[in-house]
Design a protein around this ligand. Structure first.
Ligand code: SAM
Length: 287
């Protein structure tokens, strides 16, 4: 066989079977083999679209052995489509390692975009989308989860998590303890019959999901830290100082007055004009 092997990364629906691109359907028909996270699950999708391509299982527990086998087939010139149970393979799903090994062996990797729970939840959250980070699943052990949330306390970007229904309340409660009052969008069963996007503050979310026990698949989109919160976690030496003293402190550390006013406003999360007015007014009164 002298044709070139190709690894196609195919996005599949996260619920609604209509959310699949024409190109993904064509590639799933044309490839020699589909490597699926769960062949029983993917068989339903293939049956719906009358696709009869052979499948093998490529999942977390056989990824070493099956990964080697797939690489050999790719190196021999086969075309292989990788799919997960839902959404983009490689995103909180198997795929990352196979892609990296294929690149290492000089095998072309072709991504076919499509559904993804994180981005679908983000765009409907109402929270800033210009800058965000994806954290996947929080650790399941309470201590590790709280440490992770502490680590993210100063994160300014919108933060996206996947969460299992039986851990939702614990995670939300830890977020309230560590992050306090922030906006959150809880996206449940996206693209499915019981799709719901709940929006409110973290404490309200705890109250809501205490009363309505969480069922289905959840993606959480949480507002990043506000400016004041970030500075609190980095430099608290100004706490207790007046605005004027705070500006003076930064000037003593080498900033000119304009820079110091800007930085005071940033650290306290207040308008620059407020700092400026107070500092200028005070110096006017002294002169
Ligand atoms: N690869 C997938 C993707 O691109 O979105 C994610 C796979 S990850 C193993 C599965 C998690 O994604 C679920 O536990 C849930 O947190 C989230 N998820 C998947 N489908 C969802 C849906 N329809 N609505 C909300 N969240 C969903």
């Amino acid at each position: 066989m002298n044709q070139q092997g190709i690894l196609f990364l195919c996005a599949t629906p996260i619920g609604n079977l209509e959310d699949i691109t024409l190109r993904v359907l064509r590639i799933l028909r044309e490839v020699d083999l589909i490597a699926a996270e769960d062949t029983r699950h993917t068989r339903k999708l293939l049956a719906h679209y009358d696709i009869h391509t052979p499948m093998v299982s490529y999942r977390e527990h056989n990824r070493r052995q099956m990964g080697r086998h797939l690489l050999n087939l790719l190196a021999a010139g086969l075309k292989v489509a990788l799919v997960s149970d839902a959404g983009m393979p490689g995103i909180s799903d198997p795929g990352e390692e196979l892609v990296s090994l294929a690149i290492g062996r000089g095998i072309p990797v072709v991504p076919l975009p499509g559904p993804n729970a994180a981005l679908t939840a983000l765009v409907a959250s109402g929270l800033p989308t210009s800058s965000f980070c994806f954290e996947g699943f929080l650790p399941t052990a309470a201590g590790a989860r709280r440490r992770k949330l502490e680590e993210l306390k100063g994160e300014r970007r919108t933060i996206i998590f996947y969460e299992a229904p039986h851990r939702l309340l614990e995670s939300l409660s830890d977020m309230v303890d560590i992050w306090g009052e922030r906006q959150i969008a809880v996206a449940r069963e996206l693209t499915k019959k019981y799709e719901e996007i709940w929006r409110g503050t973290l404490p309200q979310a705890v109250e809501h999901f205490r009363l309505q026990s969480p069922r289905g698949e959840f993606t959480l989109v949480v507002a990043g830290a506000r400016e004041g919160e970030v500075s609190d976690t980095r430099d608290e030496s100004w706490l207790g100082l007046s605005l004027k003293e705070h500006v003076a402190l930064l000037q003593a550390r080498g900033m000119d007055k304009k820079e110091a006013i800007r930085e005071v406003a940033r650290q306290r999360g207040i308008p620059r004009r407020e700092v400026y007015n107070q500092v200028v007014r005070d110096s006017g009164a002294n002169s």
